[in-house]
Ligand binder design. Structure first.
Ligand code: SF4
Ligand code: SF4
Length: 454
């Protein structure tokens, strides 16, 4: 695209290894965000973030208002849960999320007068988000509101945002990086948000930058999204925020790769962005921070993409957390006849699922429905030792060894080859000519190592 622009940053705009899968974003990129109406019932798992589940603070039969806290995140690494509708709390149930976790959930039956989701989205898209009076919010208040609003990373990992922005005596944050790369094929929810609600992202970035006392704030976007870059450039005029336009490559949106690409620093093995003075958050998270702090509205809704050749009408949607995947799929016209696999998230890092009653959670960035043509039906064969998986791994791991260690239940070899450094990007599986599902094996191996097995 020739847009690459890293003026003022020491990075090269890219990182070593990675892959270039077809991005297929054109299926939904031009679909403006549509607002889904409030459904009859929402199902809200008590754990939809990385960390400790939150505790219910309401009982079955109780009426709740829109935005009322229904689950409290009591541990430091936890996030509170708020009702996206006014309604009645029903008996708690168990749900299975696409990643296989079986969890208790609360459900809310919609009743009474509602806050219109159209109004919430219109608010998000407004051009009135402040940029010049951010200093009226003191950093501790911003951190507290982020905590109280149940905000987590909306890019997929769902890490509680207050943990990233809480001041820490041992680690100073120099740079706040806002991740707008959206490198997973098919997904366009962040792209649409950057195009349609750039001012909310900018307000959230300025607030978060103030919370962490960052010297520099940079929004990072891949060069396959020139329209988003244009909108963000307009929205950041006369602010301290810079825009870094990066080469399009998967997984550019992963935090380690993004830090390397923009500021040229490597996070040590097992370390965090804060070890190199960086706090990183997703564009959607920033818009949610703006709503939380300025409008006193907790995280209750999010933008998701529904795409792939297996869905009749690919769309970007503004939905309440807790709506079922099935309701979202139906709204998009349902599955096509050649739909073969339904994935929560993108095809590289997402999880296939078949139970459509599973809810959209805070970490759901989209649903990708792949057709038979889009998935490989080839059978796994023996490793041909081509080394392609090694060449593709952005973490410089040896995926074939890790997969072997997992297959033969050998945690000590898995540890020796740093299996925990794998962040399950799927590049190795994507390039393997023997069609070995390396990432699947590595996930199993990571669980084995985490269990403490010798
Ligand atoms: S080993 Fe892990 S980090 Fe490396 S390519 Fe495979 S999935 Fe990605
Ligand atoms: S890419 Fe596949 S076939 Fe090649 S070395 Fe890795 S596991 Fe073996």
């Amino acid at each position: 695209m020739g847009l690459l622009s890293l003026k003022g940053f020491p990075g090269t705009g890219s990182f070593r290894h990675g892959v270039h899968p077809p991005d297929n974003k054109s299926l939904s990129a031009e679909s403006k965000v549509e607002v889904m109406e409030t459904p009859d019932t929402l199902t809200l798992p008590l754990l939809q973030h990385l960390g400790v589940p939150c505790k219910p603070v309401v009982k079955a039969g109780q009426m709740v208002r829109y935005g009322e806290m229904i689950g409290k995140g009591e541990a430091f690494v936890s996030a509170s849960l708020h009702s996206p509708v006014a309604g009645k709390i029903k008996k708690s149930i168990m749900v299975t999320l696409p990643n296989g976790r079986h969890l208790p959930a609360m459900s809310v039956q919609t009743q009474g007068e509602q806050v219109s989701p159209h109004k919430i989205w219109a608010d998000m898209k407004s051009k009135d988000w402040p940029r010049d009076c951010i200093s009226i919010y003191d950093p501790f208040t911003i951190v507290k509101i982020i905590h109280d609003s149940g905000i987590v990373g909306l890019g997929g990992a769902a890490f509680p945002t207050h943990v990233k922005v809480t001041p820490n005596d041992t680690r100073m944050i120099d740079t706040l990086m806002i991740n707008g790369c959206e490198c997973e094929p098919y997904l366009t929810c962040d792209y649409r948000l950057m195009k349609e609600a750039p001012r909310a992202i900018v307000a959230g970035a300025l607030l978060t930058g103030r919370a962490v006392s960052a010297r520099e704030i940079v929004i990072c976007v891949e060069d396959n999204k020139p329209d988003a870059v244009k909108k963000l450039k307009e929205a950041t005029e006369q602010t301290v925020i810079k825009i870094a336009v990066l080469k399009t490559k998967y997984p550019q949106g992963s935090e380690k790769q993004l830090i390397k690409a923009v500021i040229g620093l490597e996070i040590p093995l097992g370390g965090l962005p804060s070890d190199v003075g960086v706090a990183m958050s997703n564009v959607g998270t920033m818009a949610t921070v703006a709503r939380g702090v300025i409008k006193e509205s907790p995280l209750t809704h999010r933008v998701i993409s529904v795409s792939g050749r297996g869905i009749k009408h690919p769309k970007n949607l503004f939905v309440p957390i807790g709506i079922s995947m099935g309701e979202v799929i139906d709204y998009c016209g349902g599955l096509t006849q050649d739909a073969a696999r339904v994935v929560a998230g993108g095809p590289m890092m997402g999880f296939s699922f078949s139970n459509f009653s599973t809810p959209v959670t805070k970490g759901t960035s989209g649903i990708t429905v792949l057709s038979h043509d889009e998935i490989s039906n080839e059978k796994e064969t023996a490793c041909v030792r081509c080394g392609r998986c090694v060449d593709a791994c952005p973490m410089n791991l040896v995926p074939t060894r890790l997969a072997l260690a997992a297959r033969y239940n050998n945690p000590s070899i898995a540890r020796q080859y740093h299996i925990q450094a794998c962040f399950e990007c799927g590049c190795c599986t994507y390039v393997c000519p023997a069609k070995i599902n390396l990432v699947q094996l590595i996930r199993t191996g990571k669980k084995l190592v985490a269990s403490g097995a010798k």
